[in-house]
Ligand binder design. Sequence first.
Ligand code: NI
Length: 257
Amino acid sequence: MIVDTHAHYDDEVFDPDREKLLGSMQENGIEKIVNVCASVDGLNDTVKLMEEYSFIYGAVGVHPDDAGKMTQETLDEIRRLSCLDKMVAIGEIGLDYYWHKEDEEHKIQQEMFRAQMDIAREQKLPFMIHSRDAAQDTMDIVKKYMNKGMYGGIIHCFSYSREIAREYLNMGLYLGIGGVVTFKNAKKLKETVLYAPLSQLVLETDCPYMSPEPNRGKRNSSLNLPFVAKAIAEIKGITPEEVISATRENTKRLLGI
Ligand code: NI
């Protein structure tokens, strides 16, 4: 049974068939799913999914894309929702300098990233990080927090070098591995997956994005995770079953589900 640690089923591209799709998960070997908040306006959509489906859990937080829209009220709401039983992490939070190039935007992103890391510590929850083109600043902030004590975390859709992976792994953090690992040109990620201990990897889709081969470019869903498990298994020279059972154990250890 597979656990998807990072999905966005509240996305409107699932509107036409969400119920049918989610209804087919368990019979197809998807045991549990963590639906991850991203936008300021979407926080309650994850709560709804958690309430509706026994196998869906939540992560609450706001993506750096939306950092500029956040207010004290947003932070209060995140803190409030993080107390819900099925809320297992704070995410996705972090820095994205690929879409946002202005210094002023970076400052706001950093401020909101820190504010949400504070909530993770306060609520004793792991964090889920999104980081794109912001390797150094993300590392600096994460390191500072880890030094003063946190409750673990996942670097989601890990896209940096093996050297950066090593630093996160040494801090005891997990790497979220998704569809990209199946791409022919993903040399850097394949190196990282080979290097990283299996005990620090978790499976994720980031659906509707990041569909693995052979479904690259199409809408993604948790049903594609066997392709990701197979790619990791090939890189590490083990069976897909070993990947699935180890990543499931890792998720249990970190997120308690
Ligand atoms: Ni995501």
